[in-house]
Write a protein that binds this ligand. Structure first.
Ligand code: F0G
Length: 414
């Protein structure tokens, strides 16, 4: 049987208990499987014959066999060999794991399919989260699918329009808090503490992390059970890098992969407490009070899962890097133009970070690198439009169109 366990004092809680922080020391929790359980589950099922998706890995998920799954077909996203971008950056073996291909356009769906399934299993009728946008879009969709109520708290004026439209159309109650994400998160913690009938689905919820660990599994699966040398991933609240690392270490313990990749976290310069801790060798983070970046998804100053993330980076001998808004926008455009992959700014930070690390000589030419792009470009159309050449307005006339294109006059009749 799986259980929940405090990452600090190791206090154990059952999987039926609704608890978000350790009652003894206040730290966050993770799901642990009993020794040999995962191994038995991995051995005795047909999971390897199922198509790529989060639920291919059902034997690795802490969900009862009889539970109804709340799913929209998440996971199974493309791992795109990126030769042209690789050549541009000076690296031979580059892949983009494009999480924008998920049902609501971000990796959050991996966590929400498991998290909302668990919520329903526990009998919850109302779910909540704080969000910079993607979590709220995803939770709203899965709550709609489950037929339960959804409330989301978002920082006022600081979420991209695509994401806001998703939460709204799926019928969530949307509260715009006059503050930043970190403040909104504190409020949902308080609400979930006070109102026991509201189930919290931010990434401190360890069941959500279980869903997201499938991203780590899937990369190995797509590379024929050979882990890459390095995984580069944008970091905000730090749930995802922790989840991917959990998946990788489980596959490693099961003997499904023979080595572990170096986890490489990328943060935006104006909100980079984890990168700072890694670069200074500190065991603490210094929260950023007023985080700022164009990559609003990762505009987070006090990441709740920082301990897990720092641990993943250190244990894997990885690193962390910061990137400026200009570097992010440049990477977004390059990726769109030479690989045909349109991602939102936060996602492009992984490409920008990789570029920097190659320049610094920290990432070497011969490494097999997977960059995770976390959310679709259509999430934030405003930024994309601002970045690109304006459309040319022309008269509805062939000659005018040809002139605008610099073409010779068409020969209409022979
Ligand atoms: N990329 C995108 C597109 C995101 O939306 C997020 C987080 C991240 C990266 C960072 O992931 O927080 O697990 O380190 N978005 C959250 C949200 C905070 O509310 O949508 P993380």
């Amino acid at each position: 049987m799986a259980h929940q366990e405090c990452i600090n004092c190791k206090t154990i809680y059952g999987t039926e208990e609704v608890v978000y922080f350790c009652k003894k020391c206040g730290d966050i929790l993770e799901i642990k499987f009993d020794p040999n359980e995962l191994e038995e589950n991995a051995k005795t099922t047909e999971w390897k014959t199922r198509p790529l998706s989060v639920w291919r890995y059902r034997p690795f998920m802490p969900i009862h066999e009889s539970t109804r799954l709340i799913t929209l077909g998440e996971g199974g996203t493309g791992l795109h060999r990126s030769e042209r971008l690789g050549a541009e950056l000076g690296i031979q073996n580059l892949y983009i794991k494009n999480e924008g291909e998920n049902p609501t356009g971000s990796f959050k769906d991996r966590g929400m399919t498991v998290g909302v399934t668990k919520a329903v299993e526990l009998g919850a009728r109302h779910v909540i989260c704080a969000s910079t946008g993607n979590t709220s879009a995803s939770l709203a969709a899965y709550a709609a699918r489950a037929g339960i109520k959804c409330t989301v708290l978002i920082p006022s004026g600081k979420i991209a329009y695509g994401k806001l439209s998703q939460a709204m159309i799926h019928g969530a109650k949307v509260l715009q808090v006059k503050g930043n994400f970190d403040e909104a998160l504190e409020f949902v913690f308080k609400l979930a503490e006070k109102h026991k009938d509201i189930y919290l689905l931010n990434s401190i919820n360890p069941f959500r992390v279980e869903g997201q660990k499938s991203l780590g599994y899937e990369i190995c699966d797509q590379l024929n059970y050979e882990a890459p040398d390095r995984i580069v991933i944008p970091v905000g609240n730090a749930g995802n890098i922790s989840a991917v690392w959990k998946g990788l270490t489980e596959f490693y313990q099961l003997g499904l992969i023979k080595k572990l990749p170096k986890m490489t976290g990328i943060q935006a310069q104006g909100s980079a407490p984890i990168a700072q801790a890694i670069q200074t060798g500190s065991n603490q983070i210094i929260p950023v009070e007023n985080p700022e970046t164009i990559a609003t998804a990762i505009r987070i100053g006090a990441p709740v899962s920082w301990k897990k993330a720092v641990n993943a980076i250190r244990e894997s001998h990885g690193t962390a890097e910061t990137v400026t808004d200009d570097e992010i926008l440049d990477a977004q455009k390059t990726l769109a133009r030479i690989e045909g992959i349109f991602v939102e700014p936060a996602s492009a930070s992984s490409i920008a970070g990789l570029k920097k690390l190659i320049k610094k000589g920290i990432v070497t030419k011969d490494e097999k690198v997977v960059c995770i792009t976390t959310g679709h470009g259509l999430k934030d159309p405003d930024t994309a439009i601002k970045q690109s050449e304006k459309p040319i307005e022309v008269e509805a006339d062939i000659a005018a169109i040809e002139a605008a294109l610099g073409l010779k006059k068409a020969i209409l009749a022979r």
